[in-house]
Design a protein around this ligand. Sequence first.
Ligand SMILES: Cc1ncc(COP(=O)(O)O)c(C=O)c1O
Length: 374
Amino acid sequence: MPYEVPFVDPRAHYARLKEEIDAAITECLTRGDLVYRQQLRTFEEHFAAFIGTRYAVGVNSGYHALLFALFASGIGPGDEVITVAHTFVATVSAIIHCGATPVLVDVQQDYTMDPEQVERAITPRTRALLPVHLNGRICDMDRLLPIAARHGLSVIEDAAQAIGARHRGREAGSLGQAGCFSFYPFKILGGFGDGGALTTDDPEVARLVSLLRYNGEDRETGEYHVHGQTALLDNVQAAVLDVKLRYLPEWIEHRRAIADRYHRGLEGVPGVSLPHFPEEIQQDVFQNYVIRCAARDALREHLARRGVETLVHWPKPMWAHHGLGLADPGLVETARVCREVISLPMSAETTPVHVDRTVEAIRAFATPMSPVES
Ligand SMILES: Cc1ncc(COP(=O)(O)O)c(C=O)c1O
């Protein structure tokens, strides 16, 4: 049975942009513009201008943006890269796949990398920091960037969830050596399948990643300069993303307004913590609207019964997935977050009525309960 309040609504999303998207796809298909054509270059130019970097390189996933950013920073076997365990698995898999060792640190209250723990995790083998701007909020770069500079470390931003988020007026993805973005369909800027981009001001990084994504080939000369991968952003996908990019500022405003409505509706509800963190330095884009509740699983079931679809990012710490072969790093906050977080409906199609229904349902859950410690 479909939810009355869906977490996201891809059909409604397509319906509102149908004309423009269909026209962009039809143009590519009728002209035969399928691989590495003008639409890709145009999107890359527009995307770089949006982020405020000199270059943007389209790749076929956020994972590949991360992997290539690590390769381009010269990271490989014997090196350590510090990141968080509270992230999508691709962040850590990219480190493993370039032969380096992920060193996992805990998160702060706002779910981003704890700079104090980073300081303690640095060893002579550390080569890079990989901060993850989770849920639409940028990490504490005022503290992380000086730590990296002091220790001579590269900074690769995982901005997959933070397109359009700002730190002192600068965009996520423009603060380190490279920014890594995902266009997975349910991201704020989502394509119709997998896609991603790497942003950078460094011409060497841009050039190397352009080669790596195209099996090492320089498209102009046909020369293979490096063993690369098949990981180009599809041309049709780029054409669609270019259409959607025009709406991005509007969608970000919408998400912030939806977050504000959740905030007003849920403020003071016993046992529920809200994701409204100081905004003087970082401006949040609310990729996810994440609340915390010690009775999370019961709350989730209650919401489902009332027609509200929610997700949990993520119910189990990464190291507890034994197939990943990660040692338990003993991250107390990360383990607790996994037990308590729940993501409420949030997308460009979420309406005030959806928010009010969700708020009402959460209030009905909270009322008969004694306050829950959070
Ligand atoms: C924080 C984070 N990092 C990396 C990725 C990987 O992106 P993709 O799924 O496009 O490979 C995602 C996407 O889900 C993400 O949320």
